[in-house]
Design a protein around this ligand. Structure first.
Ligand SMILES: [Zn+2]
Length: 100
């Protein structure tokens, strides 16, 4: 899949739209998708109506990523889904994709 991608391509590629919510760190509207690998990925809509991973554009997460990348964290599941969990709904411990 080539990102940014329109919704139709995402669906064809095996992504399932779940819900929207605001990024806890920057307040942007996030579209949560279940990825083909069964993870939860946060995406944002571009001005052209296409979707791109919020990890690529969130200023708060970018700085967090930079901080962790210089630390001991390994590649991969750096961001627990609780970063995006709605208030009072933090039981889902599934990992989310850090890139795609
Ligand atoms: Zn954000």
């Amino acid at each position: 899949m080539h990102f940014p991608a329109p919704m139709a391509d995402m669906v064809r590629g095996g992504y399932t739209f779940l819900q929207t919510k605001e990024c806890r760190d920057c307040g942007e509207l996030i579209y949560l998708f279940r990825t083909p690998r069964g993870r939860i990925g946060p995406f944002v809509k571009t001005s052209r109506g296409r979707f791109v991973s919020h990890f690529a554009v969130c200023p708060a997460l970018r700085s967090l990523h930079a901080a962790r990348a210089s630390g001991a964290a390994g590649q991969g599941e750096l961001f627990p889904v609780t970063l995006y969990a709605a208030r009072g709904a933090r039981r889902n411990s599934a990992a989310i994709e850090t890139s795609s």
